[in-house]
Unconditional design. Structure first.
Length: 451
């Protein structure tokens, strides 16, 4: 169960934006209130982010193919149409943003521009920066890690047009893409194959649970690449946002446990896709295989690094070549800072990150591998008085589809207009000024009841 609210954004009396610059922004809010049995719970109606995405994706699929829809989707359709004046089947792209994410003013311009310039792009993301970088040592060690993951990992994947993770906090997807002549479209995010696989509720194996229950944004990216291997998913560095990251180590540990395990299982899915761009070692499939092996051997890699350093200190003369290679590997991110960041402060963040390498390359991966069968979200989004629950498994029971009405939009409209005509005519008869609607016929029972 859900409630749909439509209207325009209210800037409030204390807004710092001048009245002449306050734009009239149409909005629609879908509040998932759940069943009556959930009314007393801490999060009634909460099914996670994937469930919210499925509501929208399923809605887009049904309006694009004119399929039967639920009453909720019918209300969403009419709500969007009334508040924007545009039929929902005209929309081509969709932006996904988390509630704690602040998008920079010109970011949308860069993202939409990239979509318009290249119709083959089906998804893209921008750079996510940290808003609370100085809150604690936990946030400080994440600053350069975020920088490297975007400007090194995602930028390299973007060369092949196959970014393997579009973060759910800040990304954009193409709902449908133009094909051939005018008014011919190919469903992308609204593709039935994508929606059907993403909507899967029966997850039984360890592999499936790590895909569906831990990292919904990464799995959606995987599905898109698997369904459309010839299309592109890219990184747009000009689009920037800021988000709040965990400031306590146990929360970070819980978050990275989910991210690492989700990464491994999604890369295992992608490495089997043979239609990705490139050939042999110059292919996206090879890049995915290297990323998968690199993630798995992280604890061993940092252990060998310490072994090389310790043996070089103990043994005389020291082993120069391994130390030089190690210094080059650790110092290369500094070149990245000079080329892309244009901010000397990132050198300091890089040094902090290098000091925390044992945490990133040993503690977090080892903990994640040890908790391979833990599908809970931990303390990352925990509210007061709420117990830790299994992700996506909070509400169990048998689904009764007979309680859901499924009709096409035209059928809903026909019933709605018939109902309104009936009651409007009935009111006119009772008031003594009955005027029949054009083309409307009434049965004998109706007429005799209202004499």
């Amino acid at each position: 169960m859900a409630k749909v609210y439509c209207g325009f954004y209210d800037y409030g009396a204390k807004s710092q934006i001048p009245l002449d610059k306050q734009q009239r922004v149409p909005m629609m809010v879908v509040v998932k209130c759940g069943t009556p049995d959930e009314a007393t719970s801490s999060k009634p109606g909460n099914r996670g982010k994937r469930d919210s995405q499925i509501i929208l994706m399923s809605f887009l699929q049904k309006i694009m193919f004119d399929e039967r829809m639920t009453e909720l989707e019918y209300e969403m359709f009419n709500g969007l149409w009334k508040v924007t004046g545009i039929s929902p089947d005209y929309y081509e792209i969709m932006l996904m943003v988390d509630a704690d994410t602040k998008v920079f003013p010109d970011s949308l311009t860069h993202m939409v521009s990239a979509m318009v310039k290249d119709p083959e792009i089906m998804g893209l993301c921008g750079e996510t920066k940290i808003a609370n970088k100085r809150d604690s040592w936990v946030t400080a060690i994440q600053v350069f890690e975020y920088f490297v993951s975007h400007h090194l990992a995602k930028a390299f994947e973007s060369v092949f047009g196959g970014v393997t993770c579009l973060p759910g906090c800040f990304c954009m997807y193409r709902i449908k893409a133009p094909k051939g002549g005018q008014n011919y479209w190919v469903p992308i995010l609204a593709n039935p194959d994508v929606v059907e696989h993403y909507s899967e509720n029966v997850v039984e194996t360890l592999h499936e649970k790590n895909l569906y229950l831990l990292g919904e944004d990464r799995y959606l990216t995987t599905l898109m690449l698997r369904t459309f291997p010839k299309r592109k998913q890219v990184f747009v560095p000009q689009a920037v946002c800021k988000t709040t990251v965990p400031d306590k180590f146990m929360v970070l540990l819980s978050q990275r446990r989910r991210w690492i395990n989700s990464t491994i299982h999604n890369l295992m899915e992608l490495v089997l896709v043979r239609d990705l761009c490139g050939t042999f070692c110059f292919s996206m499939q090879f890049v995915v295989a290297i990323e998968l092996m690199g993630t798995l051997v992280l604890p061993a890699a940092i252990a060998f690094t310490f072994y090389v350093v310790i043996t070089s200190i103990i043994n005389q003369p020291p082993q120069i070549i391994p130390l030089v290679l190690l210094g080059l590997i650790l110092g290369l991110p500094g070149v990245l800072v000079v080329v892309t960041a244009h901010s000397p402060s990132y050198i300091i963040w890089m040094l902090i990150y290098l000091l925390s390498l044992p945490i990133w390359n040993f503690v977090l991966p080892t903990y994640a591998f040890w908790k391979f069968d833990d599908f809970s979200w931990g303390d990352t989004r925990k509210t007061a008085g709420e117990k830790t629950k299994k992700a996506g498994l909070e509400y169990e029971g048998e689904f009764d589809s007979s309680k859901i009405t499924m009709k096409r939009w035209a059928e809903f409209e026909r019933e709605k207009r018939t109902r309104s005509t009936y009651w409007g005519s009935r009111d006119n008869v009772q008031s003594g000024s009955w005027i029949p609607s054009p083309g409307h016929t009434y049965d004998d029972n109706y007429y005799s009841d209202n004499q």
